[in-house]
Design a protein around this ligand. Sequence first.
Ligand SMILES: Nc1nc2c(c(CN[C@H]3C=C[C@H](O)[C@@H]3O)cn2[C@@H]2O[C@H](COP(=O)(O)O)[C@@H](O)[C@H]2O)c(=O)[nH]1
Length: 360
Amino acid sequence: MDSVIGESEVQQYANPVLESAYFISKNSKDVFIPQDSIQEAANTIYSNMKKLKYSISVWKQHELHPKVANEDAINWIFLVDLLNFSFWSDLEKEKGSNIQERFSIYHKDKIYTGYWSLCAAINRAIDEGIQITNPSVYASSENLSDDKIKYIFRSHTSEGIPLLQERINCMREAGKILVEKFDGSFINCIKQSNNSAMKLLKIITDNFECFRDECEFLGRKVQLYKRAQILIADIWACFEGHNYGSFNDIDDITMFADYRVPQALFHLGALSYSQNLHNILNSFTLLPNGSQLEIEIRGCSIWSVELIKRLIQQKIKQDNTLDLIPNSNAIILDFYIWDFANENKLNFKVDIHRTRSIFY
Ligand SMILES: Nc1nc2c(c(CN[C@H]3C=C[C@H](O)[C@@H]3O)cn2[C@@H]2O[C@H](COP(=O)(O)O)[C@@H](O)[C@H]2O)c(=O)[nH]1
């Protein structure tokens, strides 16, 4: 068996996710970070972000995101990122097939799919007077029955929301933990973190099993923590780095290893796949959660964005124009790439990887 690279060179990163991503990228067999095109990818991303003046303030501009940074927003963000996973459709067996029948939410005269369908369903429930974001409500079926949750996520089409029962289980588990251990509010987790994103990451993954996005890769535990990290990032972005969003080590948060950003990284030339993996993705073959191919895609995506971040930070140092992007940490880069992917995904040459998982 090939020697496992990086085992001895234990990287001293503050974030265990970055350490895992480094290890995965050094031992990946079907996913690569092309050294010859990642600089061009960084240039493209940097110039587009400058043109858009892309910054932390974009987060609240999204129509379905909270507009006021307060306790209600924290409860909303916690619930959204508790359920922020697996929106891709089983109906799509080949490119573009049946997409009109995929799960979607009708809200205020608009139809939403993907991540936005989750936000729309929650906002619709709030408009209907359901206290859906209150942890003591979704913690127990006495306060909010399974049938009521099913009603909240009722689809505009024949396909229902993927993993509905798993989503209900997450709500019960996390709601109970917030009520029993954190006096009913995620704000108390934030207070315990003493303005450290890394401490908050540990509080989340130690206490909430459904955020514990870990698996084994070449005999070693790797931590990817996609929803735990985006939960912290969304609070930081909503509060624009102030108040409950003030973390002195926020730049240690990595890219969020989902299924959409890797697709964009491939399109931009910041990720490449073996022919075998290329064929698997374009034939819509399922990849089991925890499989080597899935972990290579997720881990290399995190490392690719880390390298892009370093390249862009070098460019900022040499850039003497005035229209610099105000912030270029992995969160802002990730948010930009995800928004770019959602606007261009129908033109991408390679499809997403299809893994059913509660982790992303
Ligand atoms: N890496 C990363 N993954 C993200 C997001 C978001 C939403 N973030 C919003 C908030 C601020 C930003 O500006 C975005 O507007 C969702 N996801 C993941 O994508 C998948 C859904 O994709 P689709 O089926 O196409 O909607 C699913 O795994 C979901 O967990 C992100 O930002 N980064």
